[in-house]
Design a protein around this ligand. Structure first.
Ligand code: SF4
Length: 326
């Protein structure tokens, strides 16, 4: 269950004098998006729901909203990201209604193994409870550090799957509050510190060090599979917050300098089936790091991140997570 402030959204749309809006939603908030559309229409605002899949604030549908003649875009589920947008956009984060403190209480002995000084981080869904979590931990004798993060995040202590800047503080270990493995594994790899993930829904706590090692082994296997590749497709995204054209060009240049054939490809929704028919031996995804890391099993060719290409070419030997920094 998530809290969406319907009345506040309506007021902001009235202030903007937007009488038609596009509502963009992640998979988990489709019901809320539909309820919001009904609410807005009852209040005299025409609401269109975007049926396209959305994974993050990095992919606002502002261009589509403009094309549809909308006076505003409502982007549900994610916090503000600094991007150049074509229509006024309301980023409406969805805060989970679950209390995080019971899970911390239950796992206090595990948390103590992180050390005295801990970096506290979470995702947008639980960010509204970060202060409660901090108070609880301080009352239990910890020194809690909440990093500010860079311009890609909206709040201190917030992490994205592509940005762990808020965890870069001088702590003994990292405490992540949230569900799912992608963020805490990325934190463990990126910070190289003991990382404990406490799930406020299940109440479980999982150490990420082994998970991180497992992921790194899988990534080395991808790099090994690409060792004999001669022809590389280097994919950049056309999604506003994933567009890393300069980085993609740098990768193309590096590959060419090492005698490889490399071509730049631009895509919106990056998936292997759309690439069938091109003549490449391997791909590099210079966009959301979740694509090559989470989805590689669906690719029939090896798929790497920019950092992994550097390992492949012998330019580095330590594994580094691919982050998009602001
Ligand atoms: Fe999330 Fe990927 Fe977008 Fe980063 S680039 S915000 S990880 S969807």
């Amino acid at each position: 269950m998530h809290e969406i402030p319907f009345e506040e959204i309506l007021q902001r749309l009235l202030d903007l004098k937007a009488n038609r809006v596009l509502i963009q939603t992640p998979e988990g908030l489709k019901g809320e998006a539909q309820a919001l559309a009904d609410f807005l229409e009852r209040n005299g605002i025409e609401a269109i729901i975007s049926g396209d899949i959305n994974y993050g604030a990095c992919d606002p549908a502002d261009t589509e909203a403009k094309r549809l003649g909308c006076g505003a875009l409502i982007h549900l589920g994610h916090s503000y990201m600094a991007l150049h947008l074509e229509v006024p956009t309301l980023f409406v984060p969805a805060f989970a209604k679950v209390d995080v403190v019971p899970a911390l209480e239950r796992n206090i002995e595990e948390i103590k193994k992180l050390g005295k000084k801990i970096a506290l981080v979470t995702t947008t869904q639980h960010i509204h409870q970060l202060e409660r979590a901090r108070t609880f931990l301080e009352e239990n004798g910890f020194e809690v550090l909440v990093g500010k993060g860079d311009s890609r995040v909206s709040w201190p202590g917030q992490v994205l799957g592509c940005n762990f800047s808020a965890a870069r503080v001088n702590a003994d270990g990292v405490l992540f509050i949230g569900a799912g493995y992608f963020h805490p594994i990325g934190l463990a790899i990126s910070t190289r510190k003991p990382t404990l993930a406490v799930n406020p829904y299940s109440g479980d706590a999982i150490w990420m060090d082994k998970e991180a090692e497992r992921l790194i082994r899988k990534r080395w296997a991808q790099i090994a599979k690409a060792m004999d590749a001669e022809r590389f497709g280097v994919i950049t995204s056309t999604k506003k917050g994933q567009l890393r054209l300069a980085e993609a060009k740098r990768v193309v240049k590096l590959l060419r300098e090492h005698g490889k054939y490399a071509k730049l490809i631009a895509m919106n929704h990056i998936s292997y089936p759309a690439l069938e028919g091109f003549d490449f031996d391997a791909y590099v995804v210079v966009a959301c790091p979740r694509v090559p890391i989470d989805d590689y099993e669906n690719w029939r060719k090896p798929v790497l991140t920019p950092r992994e290409v550097e390992i492949l070419l012998g330019l580095r030997d330590d594994y580094e997570f691919d982050e998009i920094l602001g």
